[in-house]
Write a protein that binds this ligand. Sequence first.
Ligand code: SAM
Length: 219
Amino acid sequence: MRYDLTVRLKMIADLASRYKVSGRLIDVGADHGLLSVYCLKNDVFKEAVLTDINEGPLSRADEAIRSNLLSERASTMLTDGLDGVEVNDGDVIVIAGMGGLNIKDIIGRFMNEHDSMPKDITFILQPQKSLPELREWLYGNGFVIDDEEACFETGFYYCVLSVKYSGKELPLSDREIYYGPVMLTKFERYPEYRAFLDRVYQVRARGDKRIRDVLEGME
Ligand SMILES: C[S@@+](CC[C@H](N)C(=O)[O-])C[C@H]1O[C@@H](n2cnc3c(N)ncnc32)[C@H](O)[C@@H]1O
């Protein structure tokens, strides 16, 4: 079986590869397992832990690992988010393809379970929706966005964030919440994504003063 990555998954793998300190990838909501298989086969990461909350997707992940002869470098776990998952210093945790509120809950529970965060871990987050809510929550809970990338695949735009824990609550303007603190500095590279966001927020601004104010302040 071939494991070519889609544009979205390749964007996620490329961003994750920039942060591989421990060489360990934790793929939360792994489902088909494509991301981990690609990262292991291409030696982007040495080891992977794949989790999923549902048995069907987890058995797909298991099958992907077994059929690619990667069982010695990967383990799978049926669990909700990161519950019970050992996270070590320098690990990269990918949470992709689910809603932003679900991602926020997974990270929030992980924080509640740990008195101190493992050192130098990176979260790679690709929410399907509620991205502004996720950004706002991250900055209110001691996280900082290190980078943001976007891509277009089969009719949709996707944005991925790399996130570090600083332990400090940092301010984030409404403009940064809706457009992204890093994305705002690199829209020259993403003009179509910027135009897409403008269109979405112009519609939402009709019933939302906060977004209306953001749009009025945009160049
Ligand atoms: C749409 S798939 C995304 C798969 C892959 N991460 C990707 O980006 O292509 C979402 C997966 O996340 C799993 N999932 C949803 N909520 C979860 C949670 N709280 N903990 C673990 N897995 C979860 C679902 O069972 C499903 O397999």
